[in-house]
Design a protein around this ligand. Sequence first.
Ligand code: CTP
Length: 401
Amino acid sequence: MLAGKRITLIIGGGIAAFRALELIRRLRERGADVIPVLTAGGAQFVTPLSVSALAASKVYQDLFDLTDEAEMGHIELSRAADLVVVAPATADLLAKMAHGLAGDLASTLLLATDKRVLVAPSMNVRMWQHPATRRNVETLRGDGILFVGPNEGAMACGEHGPGRMSEPHEIIDAIAAALGEGPLAGRRVLVTSGPTHEPIDPVRYIANRSSGAQGSAIAAALARLGAEVIFVTGPASRPPPAGVQVISVETATQMHDAVQAALPVDAAIFAAAVADWRVRAPSGRKIKKDGKGGLPRLEFDENPDILASVAQMKKGRPRLVVGFAAETDDVVANATAKRARKGCDWIIANDVRPETGIMGGAENAVTLITGEGAESWPRMTKEDVAARLAGKIADRLAGEK
Ligand code: CTP
């Protein structure tokens, strides 16, 4: 799928640098040419010889190498590729990019290039979460730099959290999407995500424990495959992924309206944990205790079923409608009934009993229920569930254009 494409790959100095070797191999298997650039830090983790052997190319390392300037100057090098990829992108490289520093070959290329730049961050979780890195990432996103990852998980330094470089296959998908070559290129896909908040009064609301992690991961995986993703999210505790169109809402009614406004789409995935009821008449003022132990009376109305309203459309229905079923009992039986009741094509059932640690956690164990039956997937990270689902969605939509 990447035949004839040229990728400049900048390998930064992080423990994930060794995975850049696998990335080179996979890129070449797909027909791409790789122009490798190794930073001084990168060369501490992988040797120029192994990079050059896998890329079947000279490795560029030094800004002031006269032979290189005679063969291909650094400005030319910065423009020779269809895409510039930085993997691993260290905190130091991101900071240099954000500030426009150009003290070595890698940062000079990144400043001089006229091509799109995709970065795959990799660093310790504290470094990723540091306000300086947060600022730099914001700046770079604003500059149009594309991000893939980082993923969450156990890290080489023994800590756990976001900071692991994306898997080589995820980086390849992001490269294909950046080059407009992903299997979902030209497809418009809607994803709902996160909880909804239903106000009681100006300071209180009814909510649920959804973090938005699974919906976010699905949106990111679909975008990596080249889809145009409309991401309608309630107040989630995670930031939305890069590269998607974000529509932030608070209540189920707002989510319903935002979904209707986003139609038509090729596929719609309803990962949001929508509140089933809303308070009939939220108070305009903070409700006060009456001082006598009396309880406030709240009346409820049922919220619109957003998934059902789309799945049961007579005209303009998305070709694929996917729901989730968060259950605590008889997971597969309940989810199978829910699929029929709501009229969606697929439903993804998950067991959200507290002891599973799934709601709000990093992992998920799901059963995909389609018209053909139920398929249980092993417990895996929410990113892996998302990647597998996105692949299935791409297969399903393939050839239907
Ligand atoms: N959903 C929706 N709008 C609602 C309620 C649910 O779009 N008002 C969607 C969810 O995003 C999910 C699916 O419907 O994809 C099932 O959600 P779930 O909470 O499991 O089911 P409910 O319909 O709320 O059924 P119940 O609470 O009775 O289990």
